[in-house]
Design a protein around this ligand. Structure first.
Ligand code: NAP
Ligand code: F7E
Length: 346
């Protein structure tokens, strides 16, 4: 039985990946912060008592700022695959806490890579690199595009990207970067713009909120569906040789497009409810991201299955249902059709 170790297990991607790997027959170990005891909502539905016979899911306390515990966990668990997804992942917040972001999102990666090197463990390593690293580089962005980071978050991810490449080339570690463009879902954190929109929409429909305050509506992002992208992470680590892959849909839409698509689907007029608040603007913005996933399609045999329009419907349906409303239902139907067999709940 293969053993995987996941950092960021309580996050959007960590929760989906754990579910996917358990479905593939893996033993899954996740690292969570002490504070995450109260933030296990995304993994509660597949948590089983680790003392139960045949249990394959184990949680361990740890923090990316604490190398001794990371070393212990890697040494004791001896995983065959490590998916490093933990990070201070919010771009806007990284301007407020740049030093912390550098420590956790940047140096945290080095702590894991050093743990692998020092323990002589032959784990394959996946680094959660980001399209934010491209920053101001004109689209379309692929594996050959130079990085022009536009935030402390992006700069920390560029550092982690290069540390991953250096440990691969210097020490022969099977270390890969998945350069993932924005991917969203009903499990997306509530302060990222897509989820902020779909949650506010549901709350407005339920009469719990009247207005939604947003920042720059003109930014364009290449938005995909998180469970699609989780499968790409796994495929990257199954390759005989490590490498770096752009994972994207190849389509780009503005924040305004997302807003209008969501409100129209739910039968509301955004102009009556949306207001602009300058506090959500960033000191430096990434204007447009549009990935070229040709290499992943060619070498990994990976392709996104959910379109932008479908993603919006999946997210609106889920948030309406969560607040106790009857959703239009197209999103639920799309998920049933596309059959992500390993998905316990959206
Ligand atoms: P997320 O929902 O924000 O999850 C981040 C995870 O990291 C959470 O489990 C969080 O734990 C954990 N974490 C934060 N600080 C930590 C620390 N000091 N020590 C240990 N764990 C810590 O992020 P996501 O959307 O799943 O993204 C996963 C990874 O992919 C991140 O590295 C992100 O930067 C990167 N990425 C995301 C996207 C995207 O569009 N989603 C695109 C490209 C790359 P708590 O629950 O305790 O907060
Ligand atoms: O912003 C604009 C904002 O915070 C998207 C992370 O997962 O993806 C994510 O980073 C756009 C930006 O995601 C609001 O200015 C307008 O242009 O949802 P976001 P992000 O910054 O693209 C990348 C790939 C990652 O790696 C990151 O970890 O939307 N925007 N109004 C707003 N954004 C937010 N959050 N809130 C607003 O009110």
């Amino acid at each position: 039985m293969k053993r995987a170790l996941i950092t960021g297990i309580t996050g959007q991607d960590g929760s989906y990946l754990a579910e996917f790997l358990l479905h593939q027959g893996y033993e899954v170990h996740g690292i969570m912060r002490r504070a995450s005891t109260f933030n296990t909502e995304r993994i509660d539905h597949f948590y089983v008592d680790p003392h139960q016979a045949g249990a394959r899911f184990f949680l361990h306390f740890g923090d990316l700022s604490d190398s001794s515990q990371i070393d212990n966990l890697i040494y004791n668990i001896k995983p065959q695959e490590i998916y490093h997804l933990g990070a201070q992942s919010h771009v806007r917040v990284s301007f407020d806490i740049p030093e912390y972001t550098g420590d956790v999102t940047g140096l945290g990666t080095t702590r894991i890579l050093e743990g692998i090197r020092r323990s002589h463990c032959d784990a394959r390593f996946y680094q959660a690199s980001s399209s934010e690293m491209f920053g101001a580089a004109p689209p379309p962005q692929d594996e050959t595009t130079g990085f022009l980071p536009r935030s402390p978050y992006a700069a920390a991810k560029v550092y982690s990207y290069w540390m991953t490449v250096n440990y691969r080339e210097g020490y022969g570690i099977h270390a890969s970067n998945g350069i993932l463009f924005n991917h969203e879902s009903p499990r997306r954190g509530q302060t990222f713009v897509t989820r902020k929109i779909t949650m506010a929409l549901a709350r407005i429909l339920a009469g719990k909120q009247t207005h939604l305050y947003l920042g720059n509506l003109d930014a364009s992002r290449d938005w995909g569906y998180a469970p699609d992208y989780i499968e790409a992470m796994w495929k990257i680590l199954q390759m005989d040789n490590p490498g770096d892959y752009v994972i994207a849909t190849g389509q780009t839409h503005t924040v305004r497009d997302f807003l209008e698509e969501a409100f129209e689907y739910a039968g509301l007029d955004p102009d009556s409810h949306v207001r602009i608040d300058p506090k959500y603007f960033r000191p430096t913005e990434v204007d447009i991201l549009k990935g070229d996933p040709s290499r992943a399609i060619r070498e990994l045999g990976w392709e996104p299955r959910i379109t932008f329009r479908e993603l919006v419907r999946i997210m609106v349906d889920a948030d309406m249902e969560q607040i106790g409303l009857e959703p239009p239902g197209e999103g639920k139907r799309i998920l049933e059709e596309k059959k992500f067999k390993w998905l316990g709940r959206p």
